[in-house]
Design a protein around this ligand. Structure first.
Ligand code: SF4
Length: 306
């Protein structure tokens, strides 16, 4: 315990000395969330990164998130404590796979989830998040839209539009959300019959269709504070429960599945955050060409969503 306290104090000292801040995603370990200046979803964190006066941003999340923060902040140093924190879903859509789909559908606009590699973002017409995917798809100019890499989010994005959505790759998914089954949901509901179900649009369609609330992680935090319901079953990565319990302490939260754990999101630790602050690396480095090309579709999304 004493060692943990000393580590937290040392991280605080280094942050002050170096004018650094720590940003943590909602799925990070509880102790990492607790030492962060801000906790949020990937887009919220990228926006915070744009507003900060800090010289160094320690980004506790996976590769595509730190890349997005770096793309939007080319004059700041963005450091990711563990370079092995690589999102398996983002890896499912490398540039060559996307280029092949674009050749097959030359007249389709390309909308990519923010959970995508920078090299692929550089080819997109617009980026979207789990909060604004339907709105962004509706705003595209073409009747057919190539959408990747999450097929479950494509199902959600299809709502409210007559556009034809072509998922690329065909079966892209987030393993942590895709493994939450309808059976998990029914069992959890049996155990907590009064609880409302909040599910993330990365969940399979059968789970999405049974949810009382379908929302991004930050949307779930907002809903839990605003509605009168007192108990919730949470259909997303279980790291979010820590933030929900902190921000809505009078409500009760249960996971839809206790195995919805993203190992890559648990790779940031107090040890590697301290080392990242001390040595100011590993820094996120992208080519200026990729940065410039990837920034355009992100900025288009920021302009389209309010
Ligand atoms: S939770 Fe899913 S989308 Fe998020 S980093 Fe993990 S694998 Fe990628």
């Amino acid at each position: 315990m004493k060692e943990r306290m000393e580590q937290v104090e040392q991280i605080g000292r280094l942050k002050r000395e170096k004018n650094a801040i720590v940003l943590a995603h909602n799925y990070e370990r509880a102790e990492v969330q607790d030492i962060a200046e801000f906790v949020g979803d990937s887009l919220e964190l990228a926006r915070i990164a744009m507003d900060t006066d800090a010289d160094i941003i320690i980004f506790c999340g996976v590769n595509f998130m730190a890349e997005t923060a770096a793309i939007l902040n080319p004059d700041k140093k963005v450091v990711i404590p563990d370079v092995c924190a690589i999102c398996p879903m983002a890896q499912q859509l490398p540039q060559d796979v996307l280029r092949a789909a674009m050749r097959e559908h030359p007249d389709a606009d390309v909308v990519l989830y923010v959970n995508t590699l920078a090299e692929s973002k550089a080819l997109a017409d617009c980026i979207c998040t789990s909060a604004n995917a339907p709105e962004i798809v509706r705003a595209m100019d073409t009747p057919t839209v190539l959408f990747g890499p999450d097929r479950n989010l494509a199902y959600y994005a299809q709502k409210g539009t007559s556009k034809m959505i072509v998922p690329v790759p065909e079966h892209g998914n987030c393993p942590s959300h895709h493994q939450i089954t309808l059976e998990d949901l029914l069992k959890a509901k049996d155990a907590h019959p009064r609880a409302k179900i909040m599910a993330h649009p990365e969940c399979i369609p059968e789970v999405q269709d049974r949810a009382d609330y379908l929302a991004s992680t930050s949307g779930m935090v907002k809903i839990s504070k605003e509605v009168e319901d007192e108990e919730f079953l949470i259909g997303t990565e279980i790291g979010l429960l820590h933030r929900l319990e902190k921000e809505a302490p009078d409500k009760r939260f249960y996971p839809l599945s206790t195995t919805a754990v993203c190992p890559q999101m648990k790779m940031c630790t107090l040890e590697n955050i301290e080392a990242a602050l001390e040595h100011e690396k590993p820094e996120v480095v992208l080519s200026p060409e990729i940065m410039d090309a990837a920034r355009k579709p992100i900025e288009r999304m920021l302009a389209l969503s309010h």
